[in-house]
Design a protein around this ligand. Structure first.
Ligand code: PLP
Length: 391
């Protein structure tokens, strides 16, 4: 990544940590297949098992509970399709889940109930209870699956996962959390959360892209999504992505060791929020009063479309996003603020700034300078800057 640029889109991908890069290069130089019995194979196996311990430690799980996958999306797919294979007929998800849960649940053949979130972006316990009762969870022949994310990728808002998992279990259900955004940014304890299944992604914590994990509590039954060889205790076939796994492990260890750095990162985020609100009191910051990730700021500049700002800032050397990184490469209005009750016009003007381990105070100043100049220019061009005048 060119150093002249200011990268503030860490929820899309966090730059590779130096520890992860070193572990990946070591793994690439190994050249063995972890299933081989000779020395090169044994070395590759050791690297994978080390990474398994490192990833397990990040979430206080047992190493045997870690299944390496190709990404967070695959981990979510495995949870949902495994449940359906096991007879689950009802899946309950929140309306703010990542498409890697929402679309998969809809494609799974199960009946999907989308639980509403409140104005603070959270699923209320009473909403889940009503949903489980409507699904007949206690009488269902196979456990109902509830999948609710730990932290939202756009707003950073946290869900009360421990309580939602407890309620789900009381109704005989199975609870999965997509912890892709929460991991490495929050202290995570799978035992304390009481969840059955948890998804992780390496590139959101400073590891490589194309590497993820499904943590499946010892008590959970999980079916493979990809069949073939006996890798990952037959829960995920295919020769392991050795460098991806080694890099994931090293990133997990570094993220855990540097968890206290999140207070510095929160400081950067809070300065940015103070400064943008001083510039313009009409700015709405989503989740400002909710529990949310310390690195994330998702806000609307009324009257200015998000993609216009994203392009203007990119030309000025700053990377931010309009909500989630859209796989099509096109910016679209995010459904997350709409699910929280915000209108479409405001949703269309929301941008996300998300910090990572590599950011510092200069990045905040660069953003503020560039953002305020861009807004001034756009408002100058468009008159008063109301939503209607922007395009
Ligand atoms: N879940 C959440 C909450 C995410 O933010 C993302 C990535 O954007 C994913 C899942 C998908 O992870 P991956 O990119 O590893 O497939």
């Amino acid at each position: 990544m060119a150093s002249a640029r200011t990268y503030l889109d860490n929820n899309a991908t966090m730059p590779l940590r130096p520890q992860a890069r070193r572990a990946m290069i070591d793994a690439l130089d190994t050249g063995g297949n972890a299933s081989s019995v000779y020395e090169e194979g044994r070395l590759a196996r050791q690297m994978i098992e080390k990474a398994r311990r490192q990833v397990a430690r990040l979430v206080n799980a047992a190493p045997a509970e870690v299944i390496f996958t190709s990404c967070g999306t695959e981990a979510n797919n495995q949870v949902i399709f495994s449940a359906v294979t096991g007879g689950t007929r009802h899946i309950l998800v929140s309306g703010v889940e990542h498409p890697a849960v929402l679309k998969v649940a809809r494609a799974s053949g199960a009946q999907v109930q989308v639980l509403e979130v409140d104005g603070k972006g959270q699923v209320l316990p009473a909403t889940l209870v009503a949903g489980l009762e409507a699904a007949g969870a206690k009488e269902a022949p196979s456990p109902v699956l509830v999948s609710i994310m730990l932290a939202n990728n756009e707003t950073g808002i946290l869900q009360p996962v421990a309580e939602l998992a407890r309620i789900t279990h009381a109704h005989g259900g199975l609870f999965h959390t997509d912890a892709v955004q929460g991991a490495g940014k929050l202290a995570l304890d799978m035992q304390a959360l009481g969840v059955d299944l948890l998804s992780l992604s390496a590139h959101k914590i400073g590891g490589p892209q194309g590497s993820g994990a499904l943590i499946s509590a010892a008590s959970s039954r999980i079916e493979p999504l990809i069949l073939g060889g006996g890798q990952e205790r037959s829960k995920r076939a295919g020769t392991e992505n050795l460098s991806g796994i080694a890099g994931f492990g090293a990133a997990a260890e570094a993220a855990l060791e540097e968890l206290e750095d999140m207070s510095r990162i929160k400081g950067l985020r809070d300065v940015l929020e103070d400064e943008i609100q001083t510039l313009d009191a009409s700015i709405t910051i989503l989740g400002k009063d909710a529990e949310r990730l310390d690195n994330t700021c998702f806000f609307a500049t009324p009257g200015i479309r998000a993609e216009t700002l994203v392009i203007a800032l990119d030309l000025d050397g700053i990377a931010i996003s309009a909500g989630s990184a859209c796989s099509s490469g096109k910016a679209g209005t995010s459904y997350v603020p709409v699910a929280m009750g915000f209108d479409e016009d405001l949703a269309a003007s929301m941008i996300r700034v998300s910090f990572g381990w590599q950011n510092n105070r200069d990045d905040v100043e660069r953003f503020i300078e560039s953002y305020s100049a861009a807004v001034k220019r756009m408002r100058g061009q468009n008159g008063a800057g109301s939503a209607a005048q922007e395009d």
